[in-house]
Design a protein around this ligand. Sequence first.
Ligand code: SF4
Length: 234
Amino acid sequence: MTGRVHSIQSLGTVDGPGVRFVVFFQGCNLRCKCCHNPDTWDMQGGKEYSAQEITDKAVRYKEYFGTEGGITLSGGEPLLQAEFAREIFEKCREKGINTCLDTSGSILNQRVKKLLEVTDRVLLDYKYTDDVSYRENVGCGIDKVKAFLEYLQEKNIPVTLRQVIIPTVNDTKENAFKLREIIKKHPIVDKVELLPFRKICTVKYENMGIYFPFGHLPEATAEQTDALYGIINS
Ligand code: SF4
């Protein structure tokens, strides 16, 4: 089976545990106003690879993965090509490579459920804690993401919950308290990552000739994310 891939990072350290081979899938069903990868949106873009080609490439880096690392499928939205992703994960598991999925959690169909059967960890981008913000800033309802997290809990799949902290949008104590509640209710969430909003992607929007909806907002600081971590861990 083949699928469309935007780019590959051979040895990444920020998308899942340990050192990882990160594959950014092409295509996204959402339009987040804070998106730092608008060049992954178009389903027709990127380059075609077979699942075998991706696996062969990942295997070459296996010695760097150690006990924690492995492969991460990110995007874009990897769930749009769930069968392709599943084949990669199946092949990687056969080679003893840990599998990690970075997703917005906005799609849950039979193909996605099959993919989750061969997923060791999910990095779930829980972008906001209320429905209004989701609809306004992402383009889907929070119910989809909630249902996805419930399913992960049911299947006992470990989750790293991630949220980009955007000044004046979700950098509030209220949001942190809500996140803390969500984490408490789902024991499968064993890690939380608050990622400071950055605008290094502005040049991508300029090159593509499209408007960056959150381009006027300030970047977040480590002090801001630290303060929110304090609430979440309290
Ligand atoms: S889900 Fe990810 S790739 Fe898609 S629009 Fe949102 S931030 Fe961008």
